[in-house]
Design a protein around this ligand. Structure first.
Ligand code: F6P
Length: 361
């Protein structure tokens, strides 16, 4: 669709919230308004397009989004609604987009929300451009997803706090991070906070080996140790720890609890004092850091540029230091795990990365 034909676009935010979504909304609105395009915000992700309720649609202009770039969460609200799990859900979404007169929709989401976007593009020819956001940073074809660095910052600060109390008592602290089935968040948070061991979902761990490494540290004179464990990590042959057996509309179970299990095991096997902290949704809360604000500005602006230049079915992505458009279908085909061979030492449970002359981990 040529530039002059785009009169109105929609924007929705779906899946888990994170710092960086609001500045992306602001960038989309300001860029679109600067070329005379109206922007309608849709409430609560795909849910807002499954109703005919006018309250689920809000007109956005630059004044409405003026101050939101400093805030976490999403002013539009979010949900894990999957239209493909509703009777005629995709058809209803398509009709609603038509009824609202949306020439294109910018969808801010992770693998699930963008996975729906991709199917809607293919099944109903909808004009959608995606913006990647998730603290898990597990989408393929992009080196960044909004929210990640702010969550890493939260993990680093949590480790800083634990370090003082751990040192005072001479204790082991196990910090459980999010990240679902990938260890990017745990690994980068562990680097930023200087954790001693990091356990990730991509590599099962032997509990006894973890204990040996902690005993070694103690015998070398280290009074305390910090272990970061990703919520999706598991001991060899063990199941993943679950907070609940319920699944969401995309079939995901709620992970959580490995931090407590591991801490108990460490204490009983080594006799060392151990405690655990589950960082949980604190990682998703709070204001976006400067990096997320900047990336949100770039991604939001690029998404409108993609709409105006007629590139639906794409997702904005960071490739090295360039913002590019990639195929939405390719981006959501599979999640991107940690490159263990390149970035992780499975024997010592630490990041391992040749830094000089290589891409940064
Ligand atoms: O995908 C983001 C994420 O925060 C995961 O790291 C975590 O497993 C999940 O969402 C938690 O989901 P909920 O917000 O539904 O508890």
């Amino acid at each position: 669709m040529p530039l002059s034909d785009v009169r109105t676009i929609g924007i929705l935010t779906g899946g888990g919230d994170c710092p960086g979504i609001n500045p992306a909304i602001k960038a989309v609105v300001c860029k679109a308004r600067s070329v005379g395009v109206r922007v309608l915000g849709i409430r609560d992700g795909w849910r807002g397009l499954l109703t005919d309720d006018p309250a689920d649609v809000v007109e956005l202009d630059c004044r409405a989004v003026e101050a939101i770039d400093r805030t976490g969460g999403t002013i539009l609200g979010t949900s894990r609604t999957n239209p493909y799990r509703r009777v005629d859900g995709p058809g209803r979404v398509a009709s609603r987009i038509l009824a609202l007169g949306l020439d294109a929709v910018v969808v801010v989401g992770g693998e699930d929300t963008l996975g729906v976007a991709d199917r809607l593009v293919r099944d109903h020819g909808l004009r959608i451009v995606g913006i990647p956001k998730t603290i898990d940073r597990d989408l393929s074809l992009t080196d960044y997803t909004l929210g990640f660095e702010s969550a890493v910052q939260t993990i680093a600060e949590a480790i800083d706090h634990l370090r003082t109390t751990a040192a005072a008592h001479g204790r082991i602290f196990v910090l459980e991070t999010m990240g679902r089935l990938t260890g990017h968040l745990a690994l980068r948070g562990g680097i930023a906070g200087g954790a001693d061991l990091v356990l990730i979902p991509e590599v099962e761990f032997e509990v006894e080996r973890v204990c040996d490494l902690l005993r070694d540290r103690r015998s070398q004179g280290f009074r305390y140790s910090i272990v970061v464990v990703a919520e999706g990590a598991s001991a060899t042959g063990g199941a993943k720890a679950l907070r609940s057996l319920k699944t969401d509309e995309f079939g995901h179970k709620l992970l959580g609890g490995i931090g407590q299990d591991l801490s108990n095991e460490i204490e009983s096997r080594t006799g060392l004092d151990a405690r655990y902290v589950i960082l949980s949704h604190l990682q998703r809360g709070g204001a976006p850091g400067a990096y997320d604000r900047r990336m949100a500005y770039y991604f939001g602006t690029a998404a409108v540029e993609a709409v105006l230049s007629g590139r639906p079915g794409t997702m904005v992505a960071l490739s090295g230091t360039r913002v590019e458009l990639v195929s939405l279908a390719d981006a959501v085909r599979e999640v991107r795990p940690v490159d263990v061979a390149r970035d992780y030492d499975p024997l010592n449970f630490r990041h391992q990365h040749r830094v000089l002359g290589d891409d940064l981990l």
